[in-house]
Design a protein around this ligand. Sequence first.
Ligand code: MN
Length: 242
Amino acid sequence: MMFDIIGDIHGCHNELIKLLNKLGYISFVHGMIHPHRIAVFAGDLCDRGPSNVAVLKTVMKMVSNRNAVMVMGNHDHKLMRFLKGNKVNPSHGLAKTIAELNNKTDEFRQKVYDFLAAQPLTRMLDNDKLCVVHAAAPRKYQGELSGKKKKAQQAMALYGVTTGKVDMNGYPGRVDWAETYDGDTVVVHGHVAQLEPSVKNRVYNVDTGCVFGNKLTALRYPEMEFVSVNAEQKYAEHKDFI
Ligand code: MN
């Protein structure tokens, strides 16, 4: 099976459609489809960008018609908690998504909740040769875990390894877990926006900060080629990203 793993979309629907077209997906009654390939969304569908509901609709349609799968990102998890009725801080662009969802029906919001709640923390693909996760999946945090282990996996999968301190720009200090990764399984993730996609010890980062005005990137697997489309504009500011 061949996959296209797509980084953080954050409401950039135009760029998503352009990227899928560039990857050979065509628009059909069942959404965007490819005859031989499956799209894998690495999480963070919404927040900050201009077209959050449109992204949800496209992704949900692709997933329900088995043209795509997804893993949970930290923004997806927070949106899910909001839709459940939990009190959450609508920061980091969530307010934008909520405003869009307020114009939709209860039924649609319930559909989004059910969809997000069904997404796993990691996805093992190609007979465990490939692991897709939003932020981080060191060897012992890959696949389906339970109990205490799942709790630790959730923090890792959604937020990555952090130092507990903030950097000079006010962002959480991060530990580069890829530096010590020694697994045979290829891990593909998003979460940390970079100007260019990267690879280190079989760990691929495909978040290229589209919503910050850079580009949206996919990794074609098993070809291991990056394919990107440029952002149409800068939708949000990021101090690391000029
Ligand atoms: Mn993100």
